[in-house]
Design a binder for this molecule. Structure first.
Ligand SMILES: Nc1ncnc2c1ncn2[C@@H]1O[C@H](C[S@+](CC[C@H]([NH3+])C(=O)[O-])CC(=O)[O-])[C@@H](O)[C@H]1O
Ligand SMILES: O=C(O)C(=O)Cc1ccccc1
Length: 236
């Protein structure tokens, strides 16, 4: 279904409710530049590290598309766990898992309430940005502590520049992208307002500092388009 959420006048903050969930795959494909490529890289790099029976967590799994693709691209069996606190998203995730015949444990929980036991790989694509700073650092520490040795954390985030002028150019470039995806200036402006204080982006440097402060020995940028970045962190 086509995302028309912000075509009408909206006063409330952005929420992962029924309306957003019903168009979410389209919204993500048209709002995150190279979303599919980022997902493909996430899966390929994940598979470089995963062995039979490893446990994989996807934080903010939404409609479970990443875990479904992961399962489809490997003949190995993994323990796949998707976590999200939006019932509307998880209802779609459940339907998709059934349709694709993929076995995924879907947990309707806040990310802070999970133990991340036996985690070999943790994925979090475009989710940490919705967690308040401090809580975000706390969550990343918890992930690090629970990852197995040589465990991997792959995450993607909307990012900002630490340079004011470049930062403005990032925003202009992203808006051009949104226009090419068929969003009107009104829709773009409305969503921007709804996301204010809900989506809190860090700079590349802040993301990497958060990872290294949590204890990871290594963190690199795997992919970047202007203000959208994918990172890989390794626990050694
Ligand atoms: N505290 C929280 N606890 C649990 N879930 C949460 C929390 N905060 C937000 N979420 C969930 O995190 C997801 C973020 S979307 C991820 C896309 C997906 N990873 C994808 O690659 O397709 C990204 C975006 O919409 O920009 C939503 O489904 C929220 O309900
Ligand atoms: O930052 C934006 O304006 C976006 O549209 C990114 C985004 C994509 C999907 C859900 C929420 C935010």
């Amino acid at each position: 279904m086509t995302d028309k959420v912000f075509e009408k006048s909206i006063k409330k903050q952005f929420e992962f409710d029924e309306e957003v969930a019903s168009v979410f795959d389209d919204m993500l494909n048209r709002s995150v530049p190279f979303y599919k490529e980022m997902q493909r890289l996430t899966i390929n790099f994940a598979l470089n590290y995963l062995e039979e029976n490893d446990t994989v967590y996807d934080l903010g799994c939404s409609t479970a598309s990443t875990l479904i693709e992961l399962a489809k691209h490997s003949s190995k069996k993994f323990d796949l766990i998707g976590i999200d606190n939006s019932s509307a998203m998880l209802a779609r995730a459940e339907n998709k898992c059934k349709a694709f015949g993929v076995d995924i444990k879907l947990l309707n929980e806040d990310l802070h309430n999970i133990d991340y036991e036996n985690a070999k790989l943790v994925i979090s694509n475009y989710t940490l940005q919705f967690i308040r700073p401090l809580q975000r650092e706390k969550l990343v520490k918890k992930i690090y502590e629970n990852l197995e040795e040589n465990g991997i954390f792959i995450f993607s985030e909307k990012v900002i520049s630490s340079d004011k002028v470049l930062g403005k150019q990032y925003i202009d470039e992203y808006y051009e992208f949104k226009k090419t995806q068929g969003y009107s200036e009104f829709e773009i402006a409305q969503k921007r307002e709804a996301l204010e204080n809900v989506l809190i982006p860090y700079t590349d440097e802040e993301n990497k500092k958060m990872i290294l402060d949590a204890g990871f020995s290594h963190c690199e940028t795997l992919f970047k388009w202007v203000n959208f970045a994918t990172f890989i962190a390794i626990k050694k």
